[in-house]
Design a protein around this ligand. Structure first.
Ligand code: 5RP
Length: 243
């Protein structure tokens, strides 16, 4: 199988041709939910990157739309395409579109592989709808095989890591502390293997002083679009609001 390399914050990730194709299929279907004039949150990662390419290729016009971005990478690309980015947008966005690292059958997510989880969560939380786009490998029965990213303060980092480990995971500070988010913080990747109750885990981790944000997105997704080589599968978890 042919493979491509993409750079995610200095980490070289080997991605197969099929997963790129599947992401593209999901992105093409996602455009059906978007209209010029909507306010749209843009996530971060290769899937969102492909989505922006698809906007271009399909000649979609978003002249009347306002976009809120979750990272410098996304902002840079969106601005180059002439999209209107307004990071001071207030009120509720019509929709946020993002990728994910894992998606369970209830639409709960692990996010943060690209390190933008805090902004992604804030933007998603301030949106009437969250649509997740992913290739088929991201859909799992139980979250936790992917290491759960947690953004933490540097202050008392080792104390925070110990508290995270006491929850039953193995922790690694990303790139030995060299990886710093756009908020100026390190990320700890927590290997749980299986997270049976994502809601309780999210709350428990959020309660640890020193934790900025955890990459568990529980009950937030309205719909996910799974790209498959033979077409797209739409998973609906909650009613869409006004889309
Ligand atoms: C970034 C994220 C991404 O959405 C997630 O890592 C999926 O990335 P990709 O679209 O490259 O597969 O959470 O913080």
């Amino acid at each position: 199988m042919q493979s491509y390399y993409k750079t995610i914050n200095c980490a070289m990730v080997n991605e197969s041709h099929d997963s790129i194709k599947e992401k593209r299929i999901a992105c093409e279907v996602a455009t059906r939910y978007l209209k010029d004039g909507m306010s749209i949150g843009l996530g971060t990662g290769s899937t969102v990157n492909i989505l922006l390419d698809v906007f271009d290729e399909m000649n979609l016009c978003f002249k009347k739309s306002t976009f809120v971005s979750t990272s410098d990478r996304t902002t840079e690309k969106a601005l180059k395409m002439g999209l209107n980015i307004d990071q001071d947008f207030s009120g509720e966005l019509d929709v946020s579109i993002d990728g994910a690292d894992e998606i369970d059958p209830n639409g709960n997510l692990i996010k943060g592989g690209g390190g933008a989880l805090t902004r992604e969560k804030i933007v998603a939380y301030n949106s009437r709808n969250l649509i997740i786009l992913a290739d088929s490998s991201k859909f799992v029965e139980t979250l936790g095989k992917f290491k759960l990213p947690v953004e933490i303060f540097r202050l008392f980092l080792s104390g925070t890591v110990k508290r995270l480990e006491s929850l039953g995971c193995e922790c690694k500070v990303r790139d030995g502390g060299q990886f710093i988010t756009e908020n100026g913080n390190p990320i700890v990747d927590c290997q749980f293997k299986s997270i049976k109750d994502p809601g309780t885990m999210e709350k428990t981790i959020k309660m640890i002083p020193g934790v900025v944000e955890v990459g568990l997105f529980v009950g937030m997704t309205n719909l996910s679009i799974e790209g498959r080589m033979e077409g797209a599968v739409i998973h609906r978890y909650k009613e869409l609001n006004g889309l």
